[in-house]
Design a protein around this ligand. Structure first.
Ligand code: ZN
Length: 255
């Protein structure tokens, strides 16, 4: 961690890079629009979402905005044309909102699914472009590109709705990646319950892991891509009603 140099130097680079990206991404229109409050074109300003980006804390969030009995359902690595629609159907039936951590590649490939996620009231999380779980051992420039390119790909696929969180693939956060994400309004997002559903341990095991580990914290990790996720769908079908019976409510991670 210390090899990043810490302190002001990298922080300045992050801010500079983020500003540069904003200007590249939105061009002169936002600046016209911002000035448009002065120039009398407030309508243009209303759609200038990048102007509304506010820095958030760079620390890794685990808590739920639904309070002490809240849980955060987080679903990673999609969207996937086979599994994401099944997960969305289930969440709809149960009336549960979740946080979807999307890779840039999957979001770009399946923009209709990203829009469906948003339309159902779920929130988006940047899960990097290519899901490189070794990105914490690569250059700061590479880390920035993975995060900021994914942010643009997801925002484009969603039709302009920004990701509110950044979850490093495999939890490979660095101080630099957290600062980059935070500078773009994306709160670094951890987890408390790793269901290990990607190992396909059986739906029973996935459910039991949630029941056993939930006292340790409210953010639960599932996957809707990267392999056969039938067990995940089946586990969600059982675990969501159980959570309700236990008096939990469903929220989003704190920002
Ligand atoms: Zn992942």
């Amino acid at each position: 961690m210390a090899r990043h140099g810490g302190g002001r130097s990298w922080y300045g680079k992050v801010v500079g890079a983020a500003l540069g990206v904003t200007m590249l991404a939105v061009g002169a229109s936002v600046y016209t629009a911002q000035a448009g409050v002065v120039n009398g074109t407030p309508q243009a300003g209303a759609s200038a979402k990048p102007a509304a980006v506010q820095r958030v804390s760079p620390t890794i969030a685990h808590a739920s905005d639904a309070g002490p009995r809240g849980v955060n359902i987080t679903i990673d690595d999609g969207p996937d044309p086979r599994w994401t629609p099944q997960v969305l159907d289930l969440l709809r039936e149960e009336g549960v909102k979740a946080t979807f951590c999307l890779t840039g590649i999957q979001a770009q490939a399946h923009p209709d699914l990203v829009k469906e996620i948003v339309a159902d009231g779920h929130v988006l999380c940047d899960h990097s472009v290519s899901h490189d779980t070794a990105m914490d051992r690569k250059s700061e420039a590479y880390q920035s590109k993975e995060i900021l390119d994914a942010e643009r790909m997801i925002t484009k696929a969603s039709g302009g709705v920004r990701p509110l969180y950044y979850r490093a693939p495999g939890g490979a956060f660095t101080p630099h990646s957290r600062a980059v994400a935070a500078s773009r309004g994306m709160r670094p997002l951890g987890w408390n319950v790793d269901t290990k559903d990607f190992e396909q341990p059986g739906a029973d095991s996935i459910v039991e892991t949630v029941q056993r580990e939930l006292p340790g914290g409210p953010t639960i990790l599932f996957h809707d891509a990267g392999g056969d996720r039938a067990q995940t769908v089946e586990a969600l079908r059982r675990v969501l009603p159980w959570l309700k019976e236990e008096g939990y409510s469903f929220g989003f991670p704190v920002r």
